[in-house]
Write a protein that binds this ligand. Structure first.
Ligand code: CA
Length: 224
């Protein structure tokens, strides 16, 4: 069964070859681009369902590629980072990657993440539906927030999913594990940083939105 195309932007041929095997084995077609420029070209000519993006690329680096993709599309981006590069991971999530995986990784883990980002992308609310929190209209149909000042804010796809989940459960303290499972679609691996980074981004973009930190638990949207 053809599951669609996954675009891999990766300059290391060994890693690309290994990933190709696993991606194709699960019924996807794989398009491999060895650098960012060719990756962006492939994105236009053969739109994939998800992008696997290596951060360490010759020329245009992975951050710039992620930013360029995000200017045009909400497509799920799974970033591949070197181990021990926490800063890279955080910057990558901030520029719009949905999730990340660190080298060395097992192909099985990569495929689990690919399926999870795809599942989440497809589970996004389709029916027009809104929630109002402290004068902010969170609009699931348009995937945007109208602030009390009348400004339209469009978070990244994953940020919006997170905001929607918290808003839809306003008043409830949600643990990071619960949030990861609901918004990212995988079991808790202890990677709470992903949640924290996205919360930080949302707070930057929506400074008046009442997202409270519940110490020792996670987060809660307080609607008055
Ligand atoms: Ca590389």
């Amino acid at each position: 069964m053809r599951q669609g195309t996954v675009l891999l932007i990766e300059d290391d041929d060994d890693i690309a070859g290994m990933l190709r095997l696993h991606v194709e084995n699960e019924g996807f077609a794989l398009v491999h681009a060895p650098d960012g420029e060719q990756g962006l070209e492939a994105l236009r000519t053969r739109p994939p369902r998800a992008v696997l993006l290596d951060l360490g690329l010759p020329g245009m680096d992975g951050f710039a590629v992620a930013k360029a993709i995000r200017e045009a599309s909400d497509i799920p981006i799974l970033m591949i980072t070197a181990r021990d590069s926490e800063t890279d991971t955080i910057i990558g999530l901030e520029v719009g990657a949905d999730d990340y995986i660190t080298k060395p990784f097992s192909p099985r883990e990569v495929m689990a993440r690919v399926h999870a980002v795809l599942r989440r992308a497809e589970d996004r609310p389709k029916a027009p539906s809104t929630v109002t929190i402290d004068g902010h209209v969170v609009d699931a149909g348009r995937r945007q927030v109208l602030t009390p000042d009348g400004i339209v804010v469009r978070p990244t796809a994953r940020e919006f999913d997170l905001l929607w989940y918290l808003s839809d459960n306003a008043g409830l303290a949600l643990s990071r594990a619960q949030i990861l499972e609901a918004v990212w679609g995988y079991d808790y691996f202890g990677e709470t940083r992903t949640v924290d980074v996205h919360i930080r981004q949302l707070r930057k973009k929506l400074p008046e939105f009442p997202i409270a930190t519940v110490w020792g638990v996670g987060y809660r949207v307080d609607a008055s």
